[in-house]
Design a protein around this ligand. Sequence first.
Ligand code: SF4
Length: 352
Amino acid sequence: MRESRQIAIGDVKIGGGAPISVQSMTITDTRDVDATVHQIKRLEAAGCDIVRLAVPDMDAAKAIGKIKEQTTIPIVSDIHFDYKLALEALNQGVDGMRINPGNIGAKYRIKAVVDGVKERNIPIRIGVNSGSLEKDILKKHGSPTAEALVESAMRHVQILEDFDFHDIKISVKSTDVKKMIKAYRLLGESTNYALHLGVTEAGTPKMGTIKSSIGIGSLLADGIGDTIRVSLTGDPVEEVFVGLNILKSIGMRNNGIELISCPGCGRLEIDLMKLVSDVEQRVSGYDLERPVKVAILGCVVNGPGEASEADIGIAGGRGKGMLYKDGKLVRSFKEEDIVDELVKEIESSFVN
Ligand code: SF4
């Protein structure tokens, strides 16, 4: 496991042995406070630890305070170039900032931002992407190679260190999974700052999930990385869902629901695919004290035996659902009530 220097975004610790956190980014117009608050709440309910908002102009920066009043999850402002937006985001109480100091311009501007984050104890993420490298670095390396991404990141780091600022995390994202993996490995050897992992512009939920799982998953499996963001084209709640499941699949989050479901066969008597997908959406964000196995089986022939192996099991068929707990039949209900009854049982048994 790579040792990293710990920072905190709000009450979420990153690096230094803290649990790997899952981040996402809103796709609403930040100036639309109601829509943004609504999306942040959905992300939080799905299990998101930190959310990032784009701050393209002063109105968006000024909206942060109102958004924070109505939400509890730590908020990171994503700012490009304009130091005044960064200062306003700080005034509005943002918890973290993504800004590349090399793009801010004159030294006095960088100093103003660094003084502001120091005063409020706010960390900065340096976020380097393959699509936005400095011209001279691109020229030197010929293309956005892993080495180029790392060189760019370390240049930004140097600027902050020159101001004696060290509450930093770094990302070096590429759309190319192999390049992204190599860049983070190189970066991990070059510095002990916390690393924010992601494959940039990963694509549709299907392809993006595969690319992110390979890129983020292989680095985490090697002990590299402190916080993750899966980026997908679509509902950001899906990003959280994928991120949490990457962590679960490599044993880094054992505080959720492990959903087990049968593949279905000629005996299938319910709409299993819809049922599993509805349950998955409802339970993915739970933060439980121990892992809980929930089984969903599609018939009343083999289902009961298999459902009884889990903490909670549902065997569906012949228009009803039978709920098993610790191997014993607890109750049965109409098929259309299966999702609500199952969620109710999980919440009353395992959610504080
Ligand atoms: S539980 Fe029933 S429907 Fe599901 S695979 Fe087994 S026999 Fe088929």
